[in-house]
Design a protein around this ligand. Sequence first.
Ligand SMILES: [Zn+2]
Length: 442
Amino acid sequence: MAASRTPKRLLAGGAIGALTIVAGLGLAQARQTPAAPASTCVQAGRLLADPASGKVETGKTLVVDGGKIARIEDGFVSEGCASVIDLKDSFVLPGLIDSHVHLTGENGPNQRIERFTKTRSDLALDGAWYALKTLKAGFTTVADLGSPNESIFALRDAIKAGRAPGPRIIAAGSPISVHGGHGDPGNGVPEALVPVYRPSSVCSGADDCRRAVREQVRAGADIIKITATGGVLSPTAAGLAKQFSDDELKAIVEAAHSMGRKVTAHAHGADGINAFLRAGGDSIEHGTYVDAESIKLFKAGGAWLVPTLMAGDFVVREANKPNTWLLPAQRDKALIAGPLMVDMTRRAYQGGVRIAFGTDTGVSAHGDNAGEFALMVRAGFTPIDAIRSATVWAAEHLGLSALVGTLKPGLQADLIAVKGDPTTDVTELTRVTFVMKGGVVY
Ligand SMILES: [Zn+2]
């Protein structure tokens, strides 16, 4: 049609001498705007396109072009579609986002020996396997907050290039930690191996910590992760309190922000949480001992909390096993911190803190990420708020709102389907039946 119309319109303009050129233009135009673009049409029985609104629509078709949502049409459309995906019996929503995973490993009895037997390449390939499990569970975007630089950046880049299937990865690489702190891989290895195991992300003193942040940016970190307090699973009986000094925290946040990176802090003790928030940090992971002052600071700075209830749940169950593989130092901390996390999340949620979904998966098993939803509901979340935390809110927390988190024209075609209605039963999200990421079905 375009080929016959275009020359006529131009001829009417009186360009008789340009007849042959005009005809050629018409054909070229016809090729550029084919009558049937190679659209994939996803027919959704029920659709939650924008979790922010919470509106569930029925009988919609998402038209996907070039990996993005082109438009959303009323009814079940198939005309002009190169392929049609029939999800008429399903509930469709945006792909889920987990703001806290560790893709290159999984906790277990073998973990301690594997520190000495696995190479960085082994870890990258293990990560590829876990990334596929994560994607198939409906998580199309994750933030990896602590994996060896080389392994996780290689995996992130391979997935981005389409050479490996997996979620989009925002990667921190090695966490910034004080010497002997929660994120120091020199902990628990023989003295002679400490220099081998300790990456450049371990620092002491404000200047040295600035250096450590800059080294992470150089190495390829998208986000800076720090271990602001002690942690449950480090093999040191060093408690769960603040580990950086105030001047170190300030230096870290300044160095990261000046190079366009957000900073997120693993933090349990209120002293570490509050000092990091006062230093201008962007988000807190875990937040076990969040207090009234923390809630004030979160809201004043617009910082996010990522509660990781699954990690608390997992370590308590593991610590209570008679023959647990946890070391005594780990077990003691697990039994103190784990049981506090659901109540902490309830207080933060009721206090109006912005909360992004995150699981610390790698502590628990990859692919089980959606188990967090039920724990959030136990902490008082409405199902729709739990879904928001894993879509629009997590996208905002990670600075990805222009890419993912909702289904609207121009955004990535990252979408999943379940059979039931997750806005009434969040455990439906543990039974994802369909995953599309960037227009590709997995
Ligand atoms: Zn973690």
